[in-house]
Design a protein around this ligand. Structure first.
Ligand code: AHR
Length: 605
């Protein structure tokens, strides 16, 4: 029997119970959430990598990296188009193949922005278009003239209703004028479809993340925060303001260039626009190549973290709060948690415990006593509010076994964030995992919710992966240049996010094979959330005590199927939840299918 007394609650469910980590891995951000479809926007990734010359009808020209015509101090590289033939009817321009293609959709307006200048010998304008790699033009715009000073251009292009949804497309800017022997220069080139709430973030990905009802976004997450060196960590001050003034940096944790066009504010907006809190991770003086900033050189990094927090929550009359306001967000963001570093147990020197965590903690607490501070490794030298635990395992039963991991946790010590966890069983061809892995994660989640008094929240990791280039085997949502899909683990997040009440209800299960948690809302909706990781259906009696009336029609959301099945770009819904009704009462029998996650919703009064 699975019994629950809906009048007896053990703890509140935290607003931050379920969240996402967003770090730039697998092109999650650069080429993913960041909706700019043009790769190597600023000519800093392998020089002019991803750009080429496009010619037709006898037009001729060549592209090259140019450093003699810097746009500004942050962006000194540009793409030079040397035109050798462009008489009427001839075509010469620059083309970009995007991030493993450019996804086009019918009846969609794309906005392109770029800086351009000529060498003075070119007379005319430009055509900008989106076309297939074989030259079929789907959307087009023109710029009337290009002068000899750097100027920002912005055009819109609309595809017609017959435009096919596919990725083998390119973005082209072509010379439209006279100028054999002349040159054109381009920099900070972007092209975006309509974005999520005009945030600059890719709409389908944000819509999927929002649908899980995240309570927090751990940003910027993971190794991306740290970088390999002190010149490649996430230096937030270089990621705000106008995008042309952001230098970008090598995302050397994961092997590609980050323009930082999403940047700190993009991460904060991402949280705000989905009703979540940002859980801000600040760089803590340790990089992945084991550089540890010495104690006597750490103060500027501590100050940077203070400035960053001021940017996030300082009044618009503070120096960094004023910059946030100037960037378009006068009100402070809803920040409650700040994480100091990432996985600092890798620093084998003990510096995190001996001085790095305490220096950041003391300074942040002094300025912002209301913030809860999260440590990423064991700290004994200083008070810790929350400790961040990470769990990865390729074993599909690992998380089922971890369902009780927090049952015995001391209620007198720090609370816990499970900032990263996943069953890592993706394949070389598919960056998402199986149903079995997801059911096991659901078992772990039942335990984390039951222990919500010590587990403030959890974020499956990583959130996103480009199917054409991923560095981490198993991810929640995968995408190509056109489309995206949620993995079975995504659907588990979706089920919990949409089927968890405000309080944990005291419950017990006397059989074997199931992991369960019961929650209820303030208004009396009860959710019975169960993971059955076994290969057999489990029938049990569900007894709901402590209520006088139960609406006879309950709703069941069921995720089940072949435990080895996974979703993909071509079969995005092979595993997806189904919703149906069932006969609810104070005591009813229910069969939880083999390899399933089930949320039963019952209305009580
Ligand atoms: O989520 C992938 C990586 O796993 C993160 O960057 C890091 O924190 C962890 O080791």
């Amino acid at each position: 029997t699975l019994s629950a007394d809906v009048n007896r609650t053990t703890t509140s469910v935290n607003k931050t119970q379920f969240g996402d980590i967003v770090e730039d891995i697998n092109h999650s951000v650069e080429g993913g959430l960041g909706a700019n479809m043009v790769r190597n926007s600023t000519m800093k990734e392998n020089g002019i990598g991803d750009w080429s010359a496009v010619t037709a009808g006898g037009g001729a020209g060549a592209v090259a990296l140019d450093t003699t015509q810097p746009l500004n101090a942050a962006n000194g590289n540009s793409l030079k188009l040397s035109i050798t033939a462009n008489a009427r009817g001839q075509r010469v321009g620059v083309a970009n193949d995007g991030f493993y293609g450019i996804g086009l959709r019918p009846s969609t307006t794309y906005t392109a922005t770029f800086f351009a200048k000529s060498d003075g010998a070119f007379h005319g304008g430009l055509t900008v278009d989106l076309e297939s790699t074989t030259g079929t033009v789907y959307a087009k715009a023109t710029v009337r003239s290009v002068g000899s000073k750097w100027t920002k251009y912005s055009v819109t292009m609309t595809t017609d209703r017959n435009t096919p949804v596919f990725t083998a497309n390119r973005f082209v800017i072509a010379a439209d004028g006279v100028g054999a022997g002349s040159s054109l220069y381009f920099d900070v080139v972007t092209c975006r479809p309509p974005t999520y709430h005009d945030s600059g973030l890719r709409s389908d990905l944000m819509t999927q993340l929002a649908a899980t009802k995240p309570g927090f976004f751990r940003v910027p997450g993971g190794n991306y925060l740290e970088g390999n060196t002190l010149s490649t960590y996430f230096d937030w001050k270089k990621s705000i303001g106008a995008i042309e003034n952001r230098p970008g940096h090598q995302d050397d944790a994961w092997g590609y260039w980050s323009t930082d066009q999403v940047g700190l504010k993009g991460y904060l907006d991402m949280a705000e626009q989905t009703g979540a809190q940002p859980l801000l991770a600040v760089f803590a003086g340790y990089t992945l190549n084991h550089t540890v900033v010495p104690r006597d050189q750490l103060a500027p990094y501590v100050q940077d973290a203070l400035d960053e927090i001021q940017y996030v929550i300082g009044g618009a009359d503070t120096p960094w709060g004023a910059k946030r306001a100037a960037d378009g967000h006068p009100a402070p963001y809803d920040l409650h948690y700040v994480e100091i570093g990432n996985e600092d147990w890798f620093d084998g020197t003990g510096s995190y415990n001996s001085y790095r965590f305490p220096m950041f903690r003391d300074a942040i607490k002094a300025a912002y006593p209301q913030l809860q501070l999260i440590a990423t490794a064991t700290v004994t030298s200083s008070q810790v509010d929350v400790i961040d635990d990470h769990y990865y395992s390729g074993d599909t039963s690992y998380f089922t076994n971890a369902a009780h991991a927090y049952d015995g946790t001391s209620r007198n010590g720090p609370k816990h964030l499970v900032g990263e966890y996943a069953t890592t069983n993706g394949t070389n061809d598919n960056p998402t995992g199986t149903l079995a892995g997801a059911v096991s994660e659901a078992g772990f989640m039942t335990g984390m919710v039951r222990n919500a008094d010590v587990v403030i929240g959890a974020s499956y990791a990583p959130a996103l992966a480009d199917v054409s280039s991923f560095q981490w085997p198993t991810n929640e949502i995968a995408f190509d240049a056109s489309t995206s899909y949620g993995s079975p683990s995504y659907w588990v997040q979706h089920i919990f996010g949409n089927n968890t009440g405000d309080y944990v209800v005291q419950s017990s299960f006397t059989g074997t094979g199931l992991n369960e948690v019961v929650t209820r809302t303030k208004s009396g909706t009860v959710y019975i959330t169960v993971a059955n990781p076994t290969g057999s259906p489990v029938t049990t009696q569900v007894a709901l005590n402590g209520t006088t009336s139960i609406r006879p029609k309950g709703t069941a959301t069921v995720l089940t199927g072949d435990p080895n099945a996974r979703n993909s770009i071509t079969a995005p819904n092979a595993i997806a939840p189904a919703t149906s009704t069932f006969a609810a009462s104070k005591s009813f029998g229910y069969t939880f299918p083999a390899n399933s996650v089930v949320a039963l919703k019952v209305e009580t009064s």
